[in-house]
Ligand binder design. Structure first.
Ligand SMILES: *Cc1c(COP(=O)(O)O)cnc(C)c1O
Length: 370
């Protein structure tokens, strides 16, 4: 079992991020992507895991192109990575941030005429062509040019004046469902647009799309979640290595008779004489309060959660463990070898993405495998 170091004894819970697992996941996805290049999406502070440690590890694994969602994330990432790696901003530049975007060497995704016009205006002021990524909305109605609007832009002789198209991209709405016909429909629209931009690299797939086959991989893939161990395809064996472990300390152990109500709202009663362990993690740490039927592990021993998740604590049923297995300070796994991020998410009615990005900043953090 992983031992928590001395420096962590002040914290109720410890989050361990395995950088070598993230690097291995990057290499696995890059190999899966065949001839397509493999970027890394490190938005939202690398899905909550710490872009300052994760991005350099990805660069060391061979990654040369990074994506963030917002300009401020790109500015922070540029300071971490220095000049060299490409950094693209998925949401595009917020109005007024174009000059800062350019000054930090960030390439915005251009999602509509307005974003393209603003980028062209900066190019005119600077007297140079600026790289920009053209995003088409091929069937998600979230970000990007409607295909007809993009075609109109390309038909307009001056439409791209001042913009050097660095990439044509789009995003799949249902890529985690391989059988969903929306995938092929989006790809057909995308391929039609690709034909209009010969010589410009193209990118369609995030984590899940990589597993839809070579025809979805285009020239560049953009995984995020799978790098961090989240299963790219629901209901299939997860080929990724887990990258996080979340351990909380036992704070109190007590025995109670059968029929004892536990926690806020008395939503559960003990069904037998029970030994209960209260551990120091709660929804203020980002552990979902909506969890139903949750569990924690001590090595190979399972402990079901009892009652509601509180702000700072969770109660576990440790009756089936040897009486002296738990004592105050013992770390138990909320996420670990026997409990994946995806399983934690499923018990809370959400997805691994939301659990990872929600894990708060109260934990002591350890980076392993550096
Ligand atoms: C977040 C995001 C990604 C990465 O998606 P994952 O499912 O985490 O791999 C790629 N492209 C776009 C446009 C995104 O918004």
């Amino acid at each position: 079992m992983h031992r928590i170091g001395e420096e962590a004894t002040l914290a109720g819970a410890v989050l361990t991020v395995d950088l070598s697992a993230i690097a291995a996941n990057y290499r696995f996805l890059a190999a899966r992507a065949g001839t397509a290049a493999c970027a890394a999406v490190v938005k939202a502070d690398a899905y909550g895991l710490g872009a300052d440690r994760v991005a350099p590890a990805l660069r060391a694994a061979g990654c040369r192109q990074f994506f963030v969602a917002q300009v401020n994330e790109g500015v922070a990432l540029r300071a971490i990575l220095g000049p060299g790696p490409g950094i693209a901003v998925l949401n595009g530049a917020t109005p007024g941030s174009e000059a800062a975007c350019h000054a930090h060497g960030l390439v915005p995704v251009l999602n509509d005429r307005g974003q393209a016009e603003a980028w062209r205006a900066l190019a005119r002021r600077l007297g140079e062509a600026l790289p920009g990524i053209l995003q088409a909305d091929t069937g998600m109605a979230r970000f990007g040019f409607a295909p007809t609007d993009l075609t109109a832009l390309l038909d307009d002789p001056g439409g791209l004046a001042g913009i050097a198209p660095a990439l044509l991209m789009s995003h799949l709405a249902c890529a985690d469902e391989p059988e969903n016909p929306a995938n092929a429909r989006q790809r057909a629209v995308f391929d039609g647009l690709r034909a209009r931009l010969p010589g410009v690299r193209a990118s369609l797939s995030a984590s899940s799309g990589i597993f839809l086959g070579p025809e979805f991989q285009a020239d560049l893939v953009r995984p995020g979640a799978a790098l961090y161990g989240i299963a790219p395809q629901a209901g299939r064996t997860n080929p990724m290595r887990p990258a996080v472990r979340l351990q909380a300390r036992v704070m109190q152990v007590r025995t109670v008779p059968a029929g004892t109500p536990v926690g806020y709202g008395h939503t559960e009663l003990t069904t037998r004489d029970s030994r209960l362990a209260t551990v120091a993690i709660g929804y203020a740490d980002g552990f979902p309060r909506s969890t139903a039927g949750g569990e924690a592990w001590l090595g190979e021993s399972r402990m079901p959660m009892v009652g509601r998740v509180s702000m700072d604590s969770i109660v576990l049923d440790a009756t089936d463990l040897p009486p002296d297995a738990l004592r105050p300070g013992t770390p138990v796994d909320l996420i670990g070898p026997n409990r994946s991020v995806d399983a934690v998410a499923a018990a809370a009615g959400t997805i691994g993405y939301e659990v990872l990005t929600g894990l708060g900043h109260r934990f002591h953090r350890i980076y392993s495998g550096v």
